[in-house]
Design a protein around this ligand. Structure first.
Ligand code: GLU
Length: 276
């Protein structure tokens, strides 16, 4: 009997140790990003660097520039105060989620659509920009809209990790989809004739057509792509701070100023309709 009692005692002690250890390790991985960023006075954002108008590396001064960069800077000041700093790390459609989940970045602001599948892995702010998927073709192309791509032999170019390559399969199921690793490579592939069209969001495609007047966005949008800021699961305080900061930036008129700065000259983009 004594033996049994001491064995039960031993088992209970072991169980307690396991429970305590697992509680410790989960609280260690559960860092509080908002609190840490307030201490360091820095928010580390994952942004695009291959996407004109939203986030594009300027090789002359090595700075990433675009609407999302300016919005991230404005929101950083709202959250951390005047001396708060925004630090930018380049991401692609493929790397943004892993970089966030590994803790390399605090938030993603990188043309990322809020989708139910992604919301299982990350938490989203409310939408800060409403885009829609479209296609870019060479001027004079016989393809006038997404339906024109729905035949065997048609090749559509897209980027790994974007939902555009998934969506296109619904709208042009017969076309072959070629996935490149980022948008500059996808554009190079289109220009060298490796595909009939490039598909992603209209705003991104407008950025490409500004630089390459021989290419146009055709056929309008065929999906809704609301962009959200993503934070890691468990960082609800950070997500709330993002939503609050976005509201302040919108209410102060700063949001519309930035929209004007980046989009008022973009042919075909309804920047008045996008104002908040
Ligand atoms: N908004 C789409 C997405 O989140 C396409 C743009 C992108 O690749 O970032 O996948």
């Amino acid at each position: 009997m004594k033996k049994i009692i001491s064995r039960i005692g031993l088992l209970l002690t072991l169980l307690l140790t396991v429970v305590t250890l697992s509680a410790c390790s989960s609280s260690a991985s559960q860092k509080n990003v908002l609190r840490d960023d307030k201490q360091t006075k820095t928010i580390t954002w994952g942004v695009k660097a291959d996407t004109k108008l939203f986030g594009l590396m300027d090789v002359r001064d090595n700075q990433i520039k675009g609407f999302e960069i300016d919005l991230a800077k404005a929101m950083t000041k709202q959250i951390l105060g005047k001396d708060g700093k925004a630090r930018f790390i380049q991401v692609t459609s493929q790397t943004r989620m892993p970089l966030l989940r590994n803790g390399n970045i605090d938030a993603i602001m990188a043309t990322m659509t809020i989708t139910p599948q992604r919301a299982e892995q990350v938490d989203f702010s409310r939408s800060y920009f409403d885009a829609g998927q479209a296609i870019l073709v060479k001027n004079g192309s016989p393809i006038k809209n997404v339906r024109g791509l729905n035949h065997k032999g048609a090749v559509v170019l897209g980027v790994v990790g974007s939902n555009s390559v998934q969506n296109i399969k619904k709208f042009a199921p017969k076309a072959k989809v070629l996935q490149l690793s980022d948008y500059s490579q996808a554009l190079t592939a289109l220009k060298s004739g490796q595909g009939d069209a490039l598909t992603t969001d209209n705003g991104i495609l407008y950025g490409m057509s500004i630089e390459n007047p021989g290419y146009s966005v055709v056929g309008g949008t065929f999906t809704k792509e609301p962009y959200g800021i993503a934070v890691d699961k468990g960082q609800g305080k950070m997500r709330d701070a993002m939503n609050e900061a976005l509201t302040k930036v919108e209410n102060s008129g700063q949001y519309n100023k930035l929209l004007y700065k980046w989009f008022h000259k973009v042919k075909g983009f309804d920047f008045k309709g996008a104002e908040r």
